[in-house]
Design a protein around this ligand. Structure first.
Ligand code: UPG
Length: 423
């Protein structure tokens, strides 16, 4: 059993239904103090039992310890403050419920969501209506596959939903500025601190994600992708993973450039290349080189260190990368999807500065501390595998819409221009 399983199982006895290992003084889990454990412990023993005999090896071990002390501290700190979530299977949305509360907060008052707010939301997305436990939508959808990915989840829920109207933005960019003093409710898959949209699980959990050679009909079916990547991960044990940083993707954000450039001078450290997307026009869009062939997410599992970057908004790749049980190097960004707040730096992934100034050092740290890196990889996979199953996505939608529905304070009336959506 991995760390999260063991500790959460112990935590099930906790009355609050949370894992309590963090404050359990008797817990002697090897994960609690990395600086005296894992690789370092091995190296210390190798160096001899006593520091009173000063040898070159002692010196090497001491300087190695000093060199990485800061990161050992960050890992310890992260683990001590981490409270695992979602222990009870009956509350599938537990891990991400805070996100729903925060997103609906602007409307949780005596005013609630008014018809006027809906009027302002309307041009920002696709109008859906739930009436008499049936689902209706405006005629046109800008991206039909994305709407289909949203409708899959809405249709699964509609028999349990109260009457409501919702505006679902199926573009990448969020729509409601954080500075908007009179907000209006628009559902978007991703946002950052500049926006106050209501997050919903992206269409790509079912269908409508970007199409690449490996997924010609578009990235989707998270339930099947989980199994496929998990099976691919099983075929490449940790020891056989190539110890270099890997990334394939298009130039949707220039924040990716420094890593592509570094990879050209340090191929021993990184294999990072731009691919082509529909927007590719010239070599400029792949930083002066021919675009690289795409690599399926399953084949990412061959590499030990996998990079995630924001794109236009959050990138769909993040959840997939964890499944390889490689270490995710997540480049800092405040662009999130609904499940990101459950993922913690140093617990589930290694955080990298946005300007990538620490990336070489972090890769070196991971190589020097292979057992620690492996534990981060295991905890990342464990989190996504246990807490981001399709049933959690469905549960999130359910909780979100049931709470949203109670906030609408106007009669939901038939609109002539809507068509009924059926399974
Ligand atoms: O060789 C490759 C190249 C891409 N991908 C996947 O294809 C998707 C798209 O990748 P990329 O072209 O790098 O685009 P992203 O920047 O990750 O995503 C863009 O596309 C998403 C959906 O349209 C938007 O939500 C993002 O904000 C936008 O930046 C990702 O899931 C990748 O993992 C691969 O698996 N292998």
């Amino acid at each position: 059993a991995t760390f999260a399983q063991e500790d959460c199982e112990r935590g099930e006895e906790n009355a609050k239904g949370e894992c309590s290992f963090v404050n359990d003084e008797t817990n002697n889990s090897p994960h609690r103090d990395f600086s005296s454990d894992a690789d370092f412990q091995l190296q210390k023993e190798d160096a001899g039992p006593s520091h009173s005999v000063w040898t070159a090896e002692n010196h090497a071990v001491d300087s190695l310890r000093k060199k990485w002390d800061r990161y050992f501290g960050l890992i310890n700190q992260a683990l001590v403050t981490y409270i695992p979530c979602g222990v009870s299977p009956s509350d599938a949305a537990t891990c991400f419920a805070d996100v729903i509360d925060a997103d609906l907060k602007p409307y949780q008052n005596s005013v609630g969501i008014t018809a006027e707010m809906m009027r302002r939301a309307l041009p920002r997305g696709i109008l859906y209506q739930v009436r008499g436990h049936r689902l209706y939508r405006q005629m046109d959808c800008l991206f039909p596959a994305r709407c289909a990915g949203v409708e899959h989840f809405l249709l699964g829920l509609v028999s349990d939903l109260p009457e409501m109207e919702l505006v679902v933005n199926v573009r990448d960019n969020p729509q409601v500025s954080a500075h908007e003093a009179a907000p209006f409710p628009v559902f978007s898959f991703s946002k950052n601190a500049d926006y106050q949209d209501i997050l919903y699980p992206a269409w790509t959990f079912w269908t409508g994600g970007p199409a690449i050679v490996s997924y010609p009909r578009g990235l989707g079916r998270w339930d099947l992708m989980r199994e496929r990547i998990d099976a691919a991960a099983e075929k490449v044990p940790w020891e056989e993973k190539l110890p270099i940083g890997f990334f394939r993707g298009s130039r949707t954000s220039a924040e990716r450039d420094p890593l592509v450039l570094l990879s050209r001078t340090r191929p021993d450290l990184l294999d990072v290349k731009y691919t082509k997307n529909q927007a590719w026009r010239s070599l400029k869009d792949s930083l002066g080189e021919e675009p690289a062939a795409e690599v399926s997410l399953e084949n990412h599992c061959q590499y030990k260190y996998l990079f995630n970057f924001r794109g236009v908004a959050a990138s769909f790749r993040l959840k997939h990368l964890f499944l390889c049980e490689s270490v995710v190097f997540n480049v800092d960004s405040d662009w999130i999807e609904f499940f990101y707040p459950g993922l913690k730096p140093w617990v589930h992934y290694i955080p990298v500065r946005t300007d990538l100034s620490d990336v070489e050092e972090l890769l070196e740290f991971a190589k020097d501390n292979d057992a620690l890196a492996r534990q981060i990889a295991s905890r990342g996979k464990e989190f996504i595998f246990r807490h981001l199953r399709m049933e959690h996505v469905e549960a999130y939608w359910r909780k979100l819409l049931q709470e949203y529905g109670t906030l609408q304070r106007f009669p939901i009336e038939k609109r002539d221009s809507l068509l009924e959506i059926r399974a």
